[in-house]
Ligand binder design. Structure first.
Ligand SMILES: [Zn+2]
Length: 172
C-alpha cells in the first residue's frame, strides 16, 4: 500500500508532465493555460488566476496554504532537530513532535512563514499576469525550471530531504 499518491497533469498532445500534486491537493492557483515546453501545444492547466477564482476557491486556497505551512514547518523542524542531534552525536529523537525544542520551534516557524510568503507572492504574481491585456499564453516550465505555480509541493519537500541527506553524508 502506498502511503503517498502523486498525480501528474500531462500534455494531451505529447504526454509531457507539466504539473504534479500530492494526494490530489492543489491550491488551484496559476495560469489557466500555457504552451507545452516539448510540443508547443496550448493546454489547459486546471488552474485559474486569482481574479478568476470564486470565493469558495479562494477560501480553499487559504485552507490548503495553511495546511502546507503546518506540514512543511513540521517536516523542516523535525529534520533540523534530527540534524542537530546527529551532529551532537546523540541518538535521533524518538518523538516526532516536540514544540518545546528550540531548534524545532525556530525552524518550523521560519519554514511555515516561507510557505505563507510564497503563497502571497503567487497571488501577487497572478494579479500581475491577469492585469496584462491581452493575456499572454506563456510556455509551461520544465520540472527543473523555476516556477512557483507548477509542481511546487515536490520541490518544497525535496529541499529538507536533500539537506538532511547532505548533513547525514557530511557526518560520516
Ligand atoms: Zn506537449
Amino acid at each position: 500500500m502506498a502511503f503517498y499518491r502523486i498525480t501528474f497533469r500531462k500534455c494531451p498532445g505529447c504526454g509531457f508532465a507539466f504539473d504534479s500534486s500530492l494526494f490530489g491537493l492543489s491550491s488551484r492557483l496559476g495560469p489557466a493555460a500555457g504552451s507545452c515546453p516539448r510540443c508547443a501545444k496550448v493546454v489547459a492547466t486546471g488552474r485559474r488566476e486569482w481574479s478568476d477564482l470564486a470565493f469558495a476557491d479562494r477560501l480553499s486556497f487559504g485552507a490548503v496554504s495553511t495546511f502546507y505551512a503546518v506540514v512543511f514547518g513540521w517536516i523542516c523542524g523535525w529534520f533540523a532537530r534530527n540534524i542537530v542531534a546527529m551532529h551532537a552525536g546523540e541518538r535521533a529523537p524518538t518523538d516526532t513532535f516536540s514544540a518545546s525544542d528550540p531548534t524545532f520551534r525556530i525552524v518550523a516557524v521560519v519554514a511555515a512563514l516561507l510557505v505563507v510568503m510564497t503563497q502571497v507572492w503567487r497571488v501577487l504574481r497572478s494579479n500581475h499576469r491577469a492585469a496584462e491585456l491581452p493575456r499572454v499564453v506563456r510556455a509551461l516550465p520544465y520540472f527543473y525550471e523555476a516556477s512557483l505555480d507548477f509542481g511546487l509541493q515536490m520541490k518544497f519537500l525535496l529541499v529538507p530531504v536533500l539537506v538532511y541527506f547532505v548533513a547525514d553524508v557530511l557526518e560520516r
